[in-house]
Design a protein around this ligand. Structure first.
Ligand code: SAH
Length: 231
């Protein structure tokens, strides 16, 4: 199985706080409108079949359903999925959540999705290229796939680990493992090997003084990639 039990445990320990916007998941809440609008601008979500890989408690998942998409969220974290399910019951936003590996889902529902999203997840799995291949299998020809992850270089070590975990304490220590960060060229290589074409690249920045996140062209720390499966 392409999963690290210690990684899953880290998220399980925090799962009850997933929808608390002041919790460890605060950064995900704050970046969500930015990534949602970026995705929706490139692939208008209303009426689309969407799958969110590594959906966690459903922050992005639910917001895509609110845009009018029919959304499935999958993860290997049982607690997160329970929280996600409960939240969607409470909010009345319909989402289908499933505890299943991306590779298994790809075998079951190949080519069924207009849009595949996989955010802040690749840097937590042993074999990210296999997840990329699963995403490529899930998307329809002509459909779009969106990823976000952390770049690997001295600046990303300084900002994403020292800054976010030790200085600003935005994330618990040990949230991220520098060795697992992925450069845009590595991710592009995985995408091409999986038969996807890179269609767009965007950086995401955080200003610690204003505490505001924004999308920009600096991909040196957090970044998003849009890809397309050729027709
Ligand atoms: N994508 C969500 C959550 C990111 S947190 C968002 O951006 O809002 C990372 C998530 O990846 C957690 O929910 C964790 O359980 C999940 N995860 C880690 N390893 C995984 C694996 N091998 N398969 C599926 N999900 C995994």
């Amino acid at each position: 199985m392409n999963a690290d039990p210690l990684e899953l445990q880290k998220f399980a320990d925090l799962a009850h706080r997933w929808w608390d916007p002041t919790s460890e998941f605060r950064p995900l809440h704050e970046i969500n409108p930015l990534r949602l609008e970026w995705i929706n601008a490139r692939a208008p979500l209303a009426g689309k079949q969407v799958i969110d890989i590594g959906c966690g408690g459903g922050i992005l998942t639910e917001s895509m359903a609110r845009k009018g998409a029919t959304v499935t969220g999958i993860d290997l974290g049982e607690k997160a999925l329970k929280v996600a399910d409960l939240h969607s019951l409470e909010s009345g936003v319909q989402v289908r959540y499933k505890l299943i590996a991306a590779e298994e889902m790809a075998a079951q529902e190949a080519g069924q999705y207009d849009v595949v999203t996989c955010m802040e997840m690749l840097e937590h799995v042993p074999d990210p290229a296999a997840i990329v291949r699963a995403c490529a299998a899930l998307v329809k020809p002509g459909g779009q796939v969106f990823f976000s992850t952390l770049n690997r270089n001295p600046k990303s070590y300084l900002f994403a680990i020292i800054g976010a975990e030790y200085l600003l304490r935005m994330l618990p220590k040990g949230t991220h493992d520098y060795q697992k960060f992925i450069t845009p060229s590595e991710l592009s290589q995985y995408l091409r090997s999986a038969g996807l074409e890179v269609a767009g690249l965007k950086g995401m920045g955080y200003n610690p003084l204003t505490k505001i996140y924004s999308l920009n062209d600096d991909t040196s720390v957090n970044y998003l990639v849009a890809a397309r499966r050729p027709l």
